[in-house]
Design a protein around this ligand. Structure first.
Ligand code: GLN
Length: 383
């Protein structure tokens, strides 16, 4: 007898990030596909982890996360967003932002529930919803600015709507939500049972002087939200897989029921190190300028190529259109660029359930200047 498995995700293959990173490695291509920095993280933070391990912080810590780290995260939320967060009841440290998102969805969703998701959507969202037997209700962001069509949101709310997912700064497009968006969202959910899931992993990577509209700024939203964050994005260490979730106490209580039997507790030494390092405000307050310079440098370089910029205001990414010079699908072009030009990108159709192809590629600019130069010089002669 063969082992038998009924796939819970029959239409799902390998994530596009792995596919493109593997292709990049096979062809020795510059990897502007998967989003990760290629410059070193803080040496001081690395030393703090080393110190914590040598000091014996190598066993399980509190299931909700190291108390001192949660206290300091609450203080940071108060300072940045004016939020009154109880670190004991409202914060849980997680192995990455993606895990926090999956856990929040799993905590809430019952078979048949509906979740409003905006497309293009980060690639884990829809499988995370479907594996829980729930249904994504897909709303396309307005191309090419990728803003939310709030009237359409209103028309898609039904008695089964359990959640609305938002993501700002947005992966893959770099669009950002404004105060007016938050007002619309508040209006729509007021007087309903709808829960908001806010993916804010790029909170500190926001450009052009725009203020991040965290759900933490809006008490009426926070009382019905899970807000997910990432240390990996803030401290240039995506491989650490460390993040956290903030929510209302009643929601967090349920979140922890799921979390305790899945991961239980996260890397202790890194939490000890982060609890100390987080007191350096400058490390996160300087990030927007630092990353905006990279975006601007990349954008300038790209002017010499035939691509058309779809301006990013945040995240690691900027999208570029090519429909005016090629009829290839975005996947075909992404593969050809990797094989023939030695530069890997992500085709944006991968972020649509039905593979909608606007002929747009996502480029990660969170790289050393020389990496960006090496990548773009190959594209200058593209046709
Ligand atoms: N968040 C990263 C990106 O958008 C990828 C993470 C992953 O590979 N799963 O590129």
């Amino acid at each position: 007898m063969q082992p038998l498995i009924h796939s819970k995700l029959h239409n799902v293959g390998t994530t596009i990030f792995t596919v493109m990173s593997q292709l990049a490695a096979e062809h020795g291509a510059v990897n502007l596909g998967q989003g990760f920095p290629d410059f070193p993280m803080s040496d001081e933070l690395v030393s703090l982890v080393d110190k914590a391990m040598r000091n014996g912080w190598n066993q399980y810590t509190h299931m909700n996360g190291l108390p001192l780290l949660r206290e300091r995260l609450a203080a940071k939320a108060a300072q940045l967003y004016g939020a009154a967060i109880d670190p004991d009841a409202q914060i849980t440290i997680t192995p990455g932002g993606t895990y926090a998102i999956y856990t929040a969805l799993t905590t809430v969703l019952q078979p048949g529930d509906e979740v409003i998701v905006f497309e293009p959507a980060y690639d884990s969202y829809i499988p995370n919803i479907e594996i829980n037997g729930a249904k994504p209700v897909l709303i396309p962001l307005r191309y090419p600015g990728y803003s939310i069509p709030w009237d359409e949101v209103r028309s898609k709310i039904s008695g089964r709507t359990r959640m609305i997912m938002i993501n700002s700064p947005h992966n893959p497009t770099g669009s950002v939500l404004r105060e007016e968006d938050m007002r619309q969202l508040q209006e729509i959910v007021a007087g309903t049972h709808i829960i908001v899931l806010s993916d804010e992993v790029y909170e500190h990577l926001i450009f052009d002087g725009i203020a991040h509209q965290s759900v933490l700024r809006y008490p009426a939203l926070l009382e019905r939200s899970f807000v997910c964050f990432s240390f990996g994005k803030t401290y240039h260490c995506t491989g650490w897989k460390m993040g956290y979730c903030i929510s209302a106490p009643s929601l967090m209580q349920e979140f922890r029921k799921v979390h305790q039997f899945n991961c239980f507790s996260c890397d202790t030494s890194k939490q000890v190190a982060l609890a100390e390092y987080i007191t350096h405000e400058d490390a996160y307050l300087s990030l927007s300028d630092f990353m905006q310079q990279k975006r601007d440098y990349f954008r300038k370089l790209m002017e010499a190529t035939p691509f058309r910029c779809i301006p990013s205001h945040g995240s690691y990414f900027e999208c570029y259109g090519y429909g005016h010079f090629s009829n290839e699908t975005d996947k075909e072009l992404a593969i050809r660029l990797t094989r023939e030009y030695g530069i890997a990108t992500i085709p944006v159709s991968a972020f649509y359930k039905e593979g909608k192809d606007d002929k747009v590629l996502r480029f990660c600019f969170a790289k050393k200047e020389q990496t960006l130069e090496r990548a773009v010089e190959k594209l200058v002669h593209l046709c």
